[in-house]
Design a protein around this ligand. Structure first.
Ligand SMILES: *Cc1c(COP(=O)(O)O)cnc(C)c1O
Length: 392
């Protein structure tokens, strides 16, 4: 018996249950079409909502910045890694989002790992939506605070949990995804705000899938609900609609200042590179100058969803460009995805533990980069595979 036999056994188990994740290799730039494992396919998988991942403005901004400032930051932000580009990006993001201040991180994941433990500790309590993203869950665990889940997107359940539990703790934090990445539904942020106000608790929303998507010109969920100044902490990412990589925390300037002193991934992990920061700045420029890409994203989304529904597919609770096609069991979702791939459409199956048992699905990610012809081609593939497998 080798000491890693158990891992081989676990991997076998995943394969037999249809839950083994076969990771495809992308051999082309991001866009509406990709070369995947040598085959040209329609891309329904990326979070590249606005098509910025290979946008000429971002590419040239990154190149120009490299020529004048080099590549690497050389250090963590708090020692010698804060370059003028990082501060410029933080200022521009604050203006874009209409908040007092922002701080940027290497990713949305690290933004959560930095923020939650800086706000609550062992004597405190976190009220967390049951379907929150893994990075929120990990940030909550790292904080050492008591984690009390409330029913998904249910302010009544939240209120009840707070009422029963809050008095045993020093401080409390409410945390929710803005857009839930598996179902594409939007958090009832105005209701969460009312509950937070009632109990005087900190309110934090992770808007990774809403940044560049929701609100006026992509300003995010707080703008979407016109809750400016009412949500204490907004987490965002530059890895999705912004087309680059990086995380951002936006909000009250005192909280942002605290994160510069106590956010561990800020203090102990190096900053994003020069081309990353420069490309993010170019993305902010594009979003501030025009709402065209965000408008295109939404018109594509409306068209695609309406057509899928009229074919007889179930797109679940989605209200955003995240379009789940509900199939049930994981092996069916995997087979559906394989058949789509054969038909030239790249759309990922999601199964347990990413989504609950029995709720496996294909998740289609709509982008402004898709043309109407692309979407029609995708719909034709869904129709023929759906009929072949008896889904519709
Ligand atoms: C994608 C995602 C993240 C992680 O963002 P990265 O920048 O890719 O690390 C965090 N939170 C939520 C809700 C996400 O969907």
């Amino acid at each position: 018996m080798s000491k890693i036999d158990w891992i081989t056994h676990e991997l076998e188990g995943l394969k037999q249950a249809g839950l083994y994740n076969k990771i495809r290799t992308i051999q082309s730039p991001q866009g509406s079409w990709l070369v995947v494992d040598g085959k040209k396919v329609l891309n329904f998988c990326s979070n590249n909502y606005l098509g910025l991942a290979n946008h000429p403005n971002l590419v040239s901004a990154a190149k120009k910045a490299i020529d004048s400032m080099g590549i690497g930051p050389g250090a963590v932000r708090s020692i010698a890694g804060t370059m003028s580009l990082h501060l410029e990006l933080e200022k521009r993001l604050a203006d874009f989002k209409g908040v007092e201040a922002t701080i940027t991180f290497q990713s949305g994941f690290t933004a959560n790992l930095a923020t939650i433990p800086a706000l609550v500790g062992k004597e405190d309590v976190i009220f967390s939506d049951r379907l929150n993203h893994a990075s929120i869950i990990d940030g909550c665990r790292l904080s050492g605070a008591k984690i009390i889940p409330y029913e998904h997107n249910d302010p009544k359940s939240l209120d009840e949990q707070i009422r029963i539990n809050l008095n045993q703790f020093r401080r409390g934090l409410i945390v929710s995804d803005g857009v839930f990445s598996m179902d594409g539904d939007i958090a009832s942020l105005p209701d969460l705000y009312e509950v937070a106000k009632k109990y005087d608790l900190l309110l934090m929303v992770d808007d990774a899938h809403g940044e560049g998507v929701l609100g006026k010109g992509g300003r995010g969920i707080v703008d979407h609900f016109n809750l400016h100044g009412k949500v204490d902490v907004e987490i965002g990412t530059m890895s999705k609609a912004f087309g680059v990589v990086g995380g951002v925390v936006a909000g009250n300037s005192v909280i942002i200042e605290w994160l510069r002193q106590r956010g561990r991934p800020f203090l102990f992990s190096s900053a994003v590179t020069v081309p990353d920061a420069a490309a993010c700045l170019a993305a902010v420029d594009l979003l501030e100058n025009s709402t065209e890409l965000v408008d295109k994203l939404w018109s594509n989304t409306r068209f695609f969803k309406a057509e899928l529904k009229s074919l007889g597919f179930n797109t679940g609770a989605s209200e955003t460009p995240i379009t789940p096609v509900m199939l049930g069991e994981a092996p069916l979702a995997q087979q559906f995805s394989r058949e789509l791939f054969e038909a030239g459409v790249f759309a990922m199956p999601l199964g347990f533990p990413t989504v609950p048992q029995g709720k496996a699905r294909i998740r289609v990610m709509i982008s402004a980069a898709h043309s109407e012809k692309d979407l029609e081609q995708g719909l034709a593939a869904f129709k023929s595979v759906g009929k072949k497998l008896g889904v519709i």
